[in-house]
Write a protein that binds this ligand. Structure first.
Ligand code: GLC
Length: 551
């Protein structure tokens, strides 16, 4: 069973917006190849690719039309192999997104299934209408209205937990599980080092697909999240992945540390880690688009609970951004204190225990997009959420909430320089999605050689993560009720780190848990030390046993 992932950090690439190497305004593998050294220079030894598969892009690759090829917009399988070799020769790992809860409706399996062609007839979850012509049950889709769509060809409804163009696979069918195992093998044989498994905790639906209670949204969730046969299916898949030296990371909405241990705990674990969500809802209810004011206490309790809940029993993932959420500075930090709050947030999560993920552009301090109209946000869930909000809040407030919650903000082209199109694609070429207009100020080139840049702060922290105290240290939180400060300590052998993060622009007193006069200030985002914490200040102190009686 692989352990190498415990000591490393991954860089997440959302390929469409990372780097355009071919000059058509769409990111691609050629672009990634150009930037491999950059990723390595960050201190990330692994890459997680969001889907690279051929796809009609109803959900930009999360609607897969062919599991064994590369989207021609991004390149070829040959180019992927070259990239894999190049990464491996640098000692880097590469993991793929495995999207098997659903396929695209344009996948040949679905096309055959709707025509009842064997062996595909039961590859998807088909049901006849109920007697009164109603949907087979009352579940909601998470992206688009109801979870059922009527198919004229087959004369039945199919289940789609996400968009209409993302029909759910019927995992109860052993032939479907066989296909999934084939997909694992295909990529593992090619040399990839593991998988991030898309909404993997949704693959087992409750027997009989029962109606849910009358919830305002997401009806059905309880009947397919961590469903009855999930552990069984994952065990079956584990038998395949166990034959390879690879890592498996499950995306797991609604997961808690207690529930997680059944899957990721101990040597008989069926997955190595979970990407969980609790800490991503400190400014919203359940989904990003239902806003509420940021609560530091919510953030802290979620993060700390996962630290202590898994300590010594299971391995954690650490992330504060990905392709599904707005930019973290715009939500948990402050655009007015962009660099300071970016550094504070970086230290806040990177000094905890777990395998860290950095999402493209996060290390540059990219922020949310502010465009005039809802049409400027090309994303199926954003569009749908806006429509729902507009019915309740009116158009203007709905647009404001949507902008604050949309994942489109994380998907704008990476800002490489102050050249036209932020250096993402050549001048004169229209990038597939608007570049954030702040690129002349926020970009990689301007930060590259600036020792005080956010980019270089990330580099230092990612290097420092190799220290035993980060990898093995125990975790203890101080002042958990504070609404302004997150203070925690990591301790290992004769060494302690004390991490103090201010989440406010106000000057705030810092209640030191013990004397720090002799402690070394290892990281910070302001020069020197003052009595009060400065706006979004972070201080990381190191104490050694012989320097302080506190240990
Ligand atoms: C996951 C992905 C998200 C996608 C959804 C449906 O949550 O991260 O981007 O839209 O699953 O596949």
């Amino acid at each position: 069973m692989a352990e190498w992932y415990k000591n490393m950090s991954f860089y997440q690439i959302w390929p469409r917006s990372f780097m355009d190497g071919s000059g058509d305004g769409i990111g691609d593998l050629k672009g990634v190849l150009e930037k491999l050294d950059y990723i390595q220079s960050l201190g990330c030894e692994g890459i997680w690719f969001s889907p690279l598969y051929p796809s009609p892009n109803a959900d930009y690759g999360y609607d897969v039309a062919d599991y064994r090829d590369i989207n021609p917009e991004y390149g070829t399988l040959e180019e992927f192999k070259t990239l894999l070799d190049e990464a491996h020769s640098r000692g880097m790992k590469v993991i793929m997104d495995l999207v098997v809860n659903h396929t695209s409706d344009e996948h040949p399996w679905f096309q055959a299934s709707r025509r009842r062609e064997e062996p595909y007839t039961d590859y998807y979850i088909w049901r006849p209408a109920r007697k009164n012509g109603k949907h087979p049950n009352n579940w909601d889709s998470l992206f688009e209205g109801k979870a059922w769509e009527y198919d004229e060809v087959r004369g039945e409804y199919y289940l789609h937990l996400f968009a209409k163009k993302q029909p759910d696979l019927n995992m109860e069918n052993p032939a479907v599980r066989q296909e999934v195992k084939g997909i694992y093998r295909f990529w593992l044989e090619l040399g990839v080092d593991g998988f991030r498994e898309d909404v993997i905790t949704f693959i087992s639906k409750a027997e009989g697909l029962p109606n849910d209670l009358l919830m305002p949204a997401a009806k059905g969730l309880r009947h397919y999240s961590n469903g009855p046969r999930l552990h069984e299916y994952l065990t079956e898949f584990r038998h395949v992945t166990d034959e390879y030296d690879c890592v498996t990371i499950g995306e797991a909405p609604r997961m808690t540390p207690e529930k997680a241990l059944r899957f990721i705990g101990g040597d008989d674990r069926v997955l190595d880690m979970f990407i969980h969500f609790e800490h991503m809802t400190a400014d919203c209810f359940m989904a990003d688009y239902i806003r509420r004011p940021f609560s530091l206490r919510k953030l802290k309790s979620a993060m700390s609970r996962w630290q202590t809940g898994l300590y010594g029993r299971g391995w954690n993932t650490l992330y504060i951004e990905n392709h599904d959420h707005p930019r973290v500075i715009s939500r948990y930090g402050s655009e007015a204190y962009r660099v300071a709050s970016g550094k504070m947030l970086a230290a806040m999560y990177l000094l905890q225990q777990g395998t860290a993920f950095v999402y493209q552009g996060q290390e540059l301090g990219m922020t949310d997009l502010d465009l005039p109209s809802i049409e400027d946000y090309p994303d199926v869930s954003t569009q749908h959420n806006y429509q729902r909000l507009a019915r309740v809040l009116g158009k203007e407030r709905a647009l404001r909430w949507t902008k604050a919650g949309t994942r489109v903000s994380a998907r704008t082209p990476v800002q490489w320089s102050d050249a036209p199109n932020a250096g993402f694609c050549p001048p004169g070429v229209e990038p597939w999605l608007r570049v954030n207009p702040n690129y002349p100020e926020v970009n990689a080139a301007s930060q590259e050689n600036d020792p005080d840049s956010l980019l270089n702060f990330y580099r230092s922290l990612l290097r420092f993560r190799k220290e035993p105290v980060v990898r093995y240290g125990s975790f203890r939180e101080y002042s958990p009720r504070s609404r302004r400060l997150y203070i925690y300590e990591r301790a290992y052998r004769d060494e302690k780190l004390l991490v103090v993060c201010s989440f406010t622009e106000r000057a705030v007193a810092f209640p030191a848990p013990y004397p720090l006069a002799d402690a070394e200030k290892l990281f910070g985002n302001y020069p020197g030390l003052t009595d009060m914490m400065r706006p979004y200040e972070v201080r990381v102190y190191r104490l050694r046993a012989d320097e302080s009686s506190a240990i």
